[in-house]
Design a protein around this ligand. Structure first.
Ligand SMILES: O=C(O)CCC(=O)C(=O)O
Ligand SMILES: [Fe+2]
Length: 415
């Protein structure tokens, strides 16, 4: 296992330790601003509880709103790519699609060259719309989805471009590209895509990772001598990370590394749809407020736990920035708390590792912690002490490429 370092210190009685660990089932995540925000946070950025907030939704109305029971799976740590099935309900997918209402227009790319239209069609030939401020702010179904997207990415609600709804017909695609181009002043540290329908064939989101050169926008001859352009060379390859479009499935990926620089490995593409059509909702997250939209508070997920959340292990936002503080209830089960206490034994403090303990429970807890803060497993070691804390340190750039023979993501190619 990549996380390691073990040391023991003696002292402190069992009773005091137990008291300290009562809090262990609740995790408070303070996400270091330096990890997520490159440069200073603008002073004008509104935070929770500041002016502009609307009245919280009454608790009676909350029960009717769907929660997000989906678990995030880690597909890649460098770059960080996550997937959650059922992130949106089918009904929510339909609500987003219905916003399009005949407004689709050809999608554009940041382009500096002449002959823009041809170039664009070669790179990207699908259609899309951007929701407007009013739709994002005033439609409860929409803003609840947006709030959930931001909680999942651990990014403040106003740090994003408008939601896009995209559509691909047969043969429509988007060649390999990066979502972020800081040199042109377009820094999009993370992206979330939610598929709004099942695609019959094709239409996967492809991450070539270390095979980028084999998939870039050039003509190549395949084994049968056929000329194939760009991602046509890669979209049928079983050895590459391809995520098939399943209704409600979300993909979250980070376009910048943990130091804030654009990560070339986050390059990706939309494979051509072969049969059927493809609908997506896409959020491009920013480092700073972009639209200056303030969403109403939702007592299930904003602020201290006064109302029960929609489900166990839901993330509650205590503070969105400076610092970002999140709370997760029922983070550990009783059995897990007992296991951690037993690993501590008589020691006052102890660093524990999977190598040393061979504990599958510990392994699962550590993985869950990393998943919760959207950080690679190599980025920390687990220190047990009263009260229990998890330290994030050693942000080494150890590569952990997608390897299908490694267990990989289960059935991601099934539609
Ligand atoms: O549709 C997809 O799978 C990817 C879309 C995409 O990467 C984009 O629009 O930037
Ligand atoms: Fe993209």
């Amino acid at each position: 296992m990549p996380w390691k370092t073990a040391s023991t210190q003696q002292g402190q009685g069992q009773a005091a330790r137990n008291a300290g660990y009562v809090a262990a089932a609740v995790a408070v995540l303070a996400v270091c601003a330096g990890v997520w925000h490159k440069g200073a946070t603008p002073a004008s950025a509104p935070g929770p509880g500041e002016t502009g907030r609307q009245t919280p939704i009454p608790s009676a109305a909350l029960a009717a709103l769907p929660s997000s029971p989906s678990e995030w799976r880690v597909l890649s740590e460098f770059p960080r790519i996550y997937v959650a099935d059922g992130f949106l309900s089918h009904q929510e997918c339909d609500v987003l699609r219905s916003q399009v209402a005949g407004r689709l227009e050809p999608a554009k790319v940041v382009e500096k060259e002449e002959n823009k239209y041809d170039q664009q069609a070669k790179v990207r030939n699908n259609k899309q719309i951007w929701l407007n401020r009013t739709e994002e702010r005033d439609l409860p179904e929409v803003f609840h989805i947006l709030k959930r997207m931001h909680r999942a990415a651990l990014i403040p609600e106003d740090d994003a471009e408008a939601l896009q709804i995209g559509h691909y017909s047969v043969e429509e695609k988007y060649e390999t590209h990066q979502d972020s181009d800081p040199r042109s002043g377009v820094a999009r540290p993370a992206t979330m895509i939610v598929y709004l329908n099942d695609v019959e064939e094709g239409g996967e989101t492809l991450f070539p990772l270390s095979h980028r050169r084999e998939c870039n926008m050039r003509w190549r001859r395949d084994a049968e001598g056929n000329q194939r352009f760009g991602i046509q060379n890669c979209c049928d390859r079983e050895d590459l990370l391809r995520i098939s479009a399943k209704k409600g499935r979300a993909v979250l990926f980070f376009n910048h590394d943990m130091g804030g620089d654009r990560d070339i490995l986050a390059e990706h593409a939309a494979c051509p749809v072969k049969q059927g059509e493809k609908w997506i909702a896409q959020r491009w997250f920013r480092y700073q407020p972009y639209q200056r939209l303030i969403h109403p508070l939702d007592a299930r997920f904003d602020g201290l736990p006064l109302v029960p959340t929609g489900g166990s292990r839901e993330l509650r936002v205590l503070s969105q920035k400076a610092p970002s503080v999140y709370l997760i209830e029922d983070f550990l089960g009783e059995e897990e708390v007992q296991l951690l206490l037993s690993l501590l034994g008589d020691a006052r403090e102890r660093w524990v590792s999977h190598e040393e303990t061979r504990s599958s429970v510990l392994n699962a807890v550590v993985k869950r912690m990393h998943q919760a803060v959207r950080l690679p497993e190599t980025a920390a070691s687990l220190r047990l002490r009263a009260p229990g804390t998890r330290e994030i340190r050693d942000l080494s750039r150890k590569r952990n490429r997608f390897d299908p023979s490694d267990g990989g993501p289960p059935d991601l190619d099934d539609t």
